[in-house]
Design a protein around this ligand. Structure first.
Ligand SMILES: Nc1ncnc2c1ncn2[C@@H]1O[C@H](COP(=O)(O)OP(=O)(O)OP(=O)(O)O)[C@@H](O)[C@H]1O
Ligand SMILES: [Mg+2]
Length: 332
C-alpha cells in the first residue's frame, strides 16, 4: 500500500502523527502531508509543541505562539509556546486566589510560591499537554497533523495521558466517596442536600477532556501514526525498540516511511566510488528495513538536492510523496 492509499482507504483517520528519532524528517513530512491534504480541499491544522519553532522555519513564517496561522488556503500551522501557557496558568491561579479570599493583591509569599512552581519542568509539561488537548478536542479542522518532538519525548506525552487518567480516576473516586459520606451526615442532620461539589465537577471536566484526547490518539479508526526512518543501522534498531514501546501504549502504527533514500537514477550515472559505496550500503539497510518492518513500509522518500524549506520545496516533496512522482516501497 502506498502512503497515498493509506489516506484514501482510511478516510476516517483525521489525526495524523509523524514520529521518529531526532532530525529524520518528522517536521518535513508533516508539512508536506498537510500541504497535500489542503490541496485536496481539506481544512488542515499542522501543529507542534517544539520550542525550536521548526514549523516557522519550514514555512518561512514566524508563527511561534501566534495560534493557528493560515499558510495557504486550507492549510493552518500552529506552534505552541509553552511559556506563554505557563503565564496564563499563573494568571488563572492568581485570579482564583484573589477571588477566593477577596484580596486586592497577591501576598508576596504566595507570589513567590507561584513563581517557583512555574519553574518546575512538570508545570511546562502539563501546560503543553493541556494546549495539545485543547487543539485535539477542538474539532474545527478536517485533519490534525501533530508534528511530534523526537521519540522519547513523544512517548512521554502519550504515557502522560495514561498517568493523568489513572490519577484523576483515583481522586474522583475519593471525592465521590467523601460526598456520599457528607450526604449521609447531612441527611442525619436533616439538612437539605449538600452544596454542589465544585471540585468533583472540575475533576470530571478534566477527566472527560483527557479521556477524549487520549481515546482519539489511540483510536485505530481515527488516528494514524507514521514512523519516519532512514536506512542506517542505529536508526533501524532504535525504531524497532520504540515501535514496541508505542504498541504498549496502543498507538496505532499506520506504517513506516523511509526518508533520505539516494535516488536510483544515480547508479546508472558515472558516480565516484565514494557515492557508489554509500549507495551500496544504503541498499543493504533498505533491505533490512523491508525485512524488519515488512509490508508496513509504505513509502521511500528520496534525498532531495537541498533542505526542504519554503512552499516550493514542500510542494515538490508533497508531489513525490503523494503524487505520481512517488517512489514505491518494494513490498507495496
Ligand atoms: N528527503 C529530504 N531531502 C532533503 N532534505 C531533507 C529531507 N528530509 C528532511 N530533510 C532536511 O533534514 C532536516 C531535518 O528534517 P526535519 O526538521 O523534518 O526533522 P525532524 O525529524 O522534524 O527533526 P526534530 O527531531 O529535530 O524535530 C531539515 O533541514 C530538512 O529540510
Ligand atoms: Mg521536527
Amino acid at each position: 500500500m502506498s502512503l497515498r492509499e493509506t489516506f484514501e482507504n482510511n478516510k476516517d483517520r483525521r489525526y495524523i502523527m509523524f514520529g521518529g528519532k531526532g532530525g529524520l524528517g518528522k517536521t518535513t513530512f508533516s508539512a508536506a502531508t498537510a500541504f497535500w491534504l489542503a490541496q485536496n480541499g481539506h481544512k488542515v491544522l499542522v501543529f507542534s509543541v517544539d520550542p525550536q519553532a521548526s514549523l516557522s522555519d519550514i514555512f518561512q513564517r514566524d508563527i511561534f505562539g501566534k495560534g493557528p496561522v493560515e499558510i495557504v488556503h486550507n492549510l493552518y500551522a500552529q506552534e505552541i509556546d509553552a511559556d506563554s501557557h505557563i503565564r496564563q496558568y499563573q494568571d488563572q491561579i492568581r485570579k482564583k486566589i484573589l477571588d477566593m479570599y477577596g484580596l486586592e493583591q497577591i501576598p508576596e509569599e504566595i507570589e513567590h510560591y507561584i513563581q517557583a512552581a512555574s519553574a518546575e519542568p512538570a508545570m511546562e509539561e502539563s501546560a503543553i499537554f493541556d494546549a495539545v488537548v485543547d487543539i485535539v478536542v477542538g474539532g474545527e479542522y478536517d485533519y490534525y497533523i501533530y508534528d511530534l518532538v523526537p521519540l522519547g519525548h513523544a512517548l512521554y506525552y502519550l504515557s502522560m495521558a495514561k498517568v493523568y487518567d489513572e490519577w484523576i480516576n483515583r481522586i474522583t473516586r475519593l471525592r465521590q466517596e467523601m460526598r456520599e459520606h457528607e450526604e449521609m451526615v447531612a441527611r442525619i442532620k436533616r439538612q437539605k442536600t449538600t452544596e454542589e461539589d465544585h471540585i468533583l465537577t472540575e475533576l470530571q471536566y478534566i477527566k472527560d477532556r483527557i479521556n477524549k484526547s487520549s481515546s482519539i490518539l489511540t483510536d485505530r479508526q481515527k488516528t494514524a501514526f507514521f514512523f519516519v526512518v532512514v536506512p542506517e543501522e542505529m536508526i533501524i534498531l532504535d525504531t524497532e525498540k520504540a515501535a514496541q514501546l508505542f504498541a504498549k501504549f496502543d498507538v496505532p502504527i499506520a506504517g513506516y516511511v523511509v526518508n533520505r533514500v539516494l535516488p536510483d537514477a544515480l547508479s546508472s550515472q558515472n558516480i565516484p566510488p565514494y557515492l557508489q559505496n554509500r549507495m551500496k550500503m544504503q541498499g543493504h539497510y533498505l533491505e533490512e528495513v523491508d525485512r524488519i518492518f515488512g509490508k508496513n513500509v509504505i513509502a521511500r522518500v528520496p534525498e532531495l538536492e537541498r533542505d526542504v524549506t519554503g512552499l516550493a520545496m514542500i510542494e515538490k516533496l508533497a508531489d513525490i510523496m503523494y503524487g505520481d512522482g512517488r517512489m514505491r516501497a518494494s513490498h507495496a
